[in-house]
Design a protein around this ligand. Structure first.
Ligand SMILES: [Zn+2]
Length: 336
């Protein structure tokens, strides 16, 4: 008996050591692994470059990295001056994702930058490569998992999250369902969170149901562009399911985000809310990259308004520091 209990204690000790070792939280930036606590003030949804030409024509030949850097770097420095430490780039593959560009901008700006894996189904699949239609869910997931394991296109730069997108009508199209299910498999294999460009609540709820059916808890899901839902009661619903509510278009409508944030604070939802600008970006094909929107409205406009509406420093820290670190930590979340 005594030997048995000693063995059990030792076994438990080893087990708890192992689980601590494997569950050490981490996030992945273009420079590799780091602790979520190092993220600091984080903009969770921004863009350095977006190319809307379409999956059939997009490619690195479409932009000159030095020109993009000349345009984007001053905007990144403006954000850094306002206290930003981490910048999460949400441009997916086939819309201008460029890990080499992001790494160079990270080095030049001193900001932590994160990129993603996954495909964008919205806008009637204009940004989906042909193989998204022909391959199985498993095969698509295998591509995204391979990027997590080996890096993107030989760059050695790994994605820190899954970025997908669906059209806003329900029920979801079969290819959009496929993207969600591939994201679920990728999550289960890697622990990366799933940020899905969605907008209204109904498709978001359908995505969460699909994820659950694949064994993924909605707490792994970031409901991107949740500001496009006008019935705020859906924020309570998403919160109860455990999802992240991403109010990420501040640069386009400061007042609209203020209203939603006041609602979320009144309803005790702030610990699951993320904010960002959805600003930027260099547009290949346009003169000097087009009209680049700054990453500053949260600091220059929204935060003063939040303070006038009784938001504390702690609330603002929750939105810009605590929640991003939790939402983007690598962690497999299985559904019960
Ligand atoms: Zn965006």
């Amino acid at each position: 008996m005594r030997i048995y209990s000693l063995l059990s204690i030792t076994a438990l000790g080893v087990l708890s050591y192992c689980s601590q070792a494997t569950q050490q939280p981490e996030v992945i930036s273009v420079n590799g692994k780091m602790s979520p606590t190092e993220m600091g003030t984080t903009l969770i949804h921004e863009h350095i470059l977006v190319d809307f030409i379409g999956a059939d024509s997009v490619g690195y030949h479409r932009w000159n990295r030095d020109s993009v850097i000349a345009q984007a770097l001053p905007f990144l420095m403006d954000a850094k001056e306002r206290g930003v430490n981490t910048f999460i780039d949400c441009t997916p593959a086939y819309l201008g994702r460029d890990p080499w560009l992001l790494k160079e901008l990270s080095e030049l700006s001193g900001l932590t930058i994160m990129t993603n894996t996954g495909y964008y189904g919205a806008v009637d699949s204009k940004y989906l490569p042909e193989h998204a239609f022909t391959e199985t869910v498993e095969r698509l997931a295998a591509r995204w998992i391979a990027e997590f394991q080996n890096g993107i296109e030989g760059s050695g730069i790994r994605p820190g999250f899954i970025k997908i997108s669906v059209n806003s009508s329900v029920p979801l199209s079969s290819v959009d369902q496929k993207l969600v299910r591939a994201a679920a498999l990728t999550h289960l294999a890697t622990g990366m969170s799933i940020a899905s460009h969605t907008g209204p609540a109904l498709p978001a709820l359908e995505e969460m149901a699909l994820l659950k059916a694949e064994g993924v808890d909605p707490s792994a899901f970031i409901w991107v562009h949740a500001q496009n839902e006008n019935d705020f009661s859906y924020y309570n619903k998403a919160y109860d399911l455990g999802a992240w509510i991403s109010l990420d278009g501040v640069v386009w409508n400061v007042e609209g985000h203020l209203d939603r944030l006041i609602y979320c604070k009144k309803n005790g939802l702030l610990n699951k809310v993320l904010i960002s600008h959805d600003a930027g970006w260099y547009s290949p094909g346009e003169l000097n990259g087009g009209d680049f929107k700054a990453f500053t409205a949260i600091f220059d406009e929204l935060i003063p308004l939040l303070k006038q509406n009784d938001f504390s420093e702690k609330d603002i820290d929750q939105l810009l520091r605590i929640n991003p670190a939790r939402a983007f930590a690598i962690n497999v979340k299985t559904a019960n």
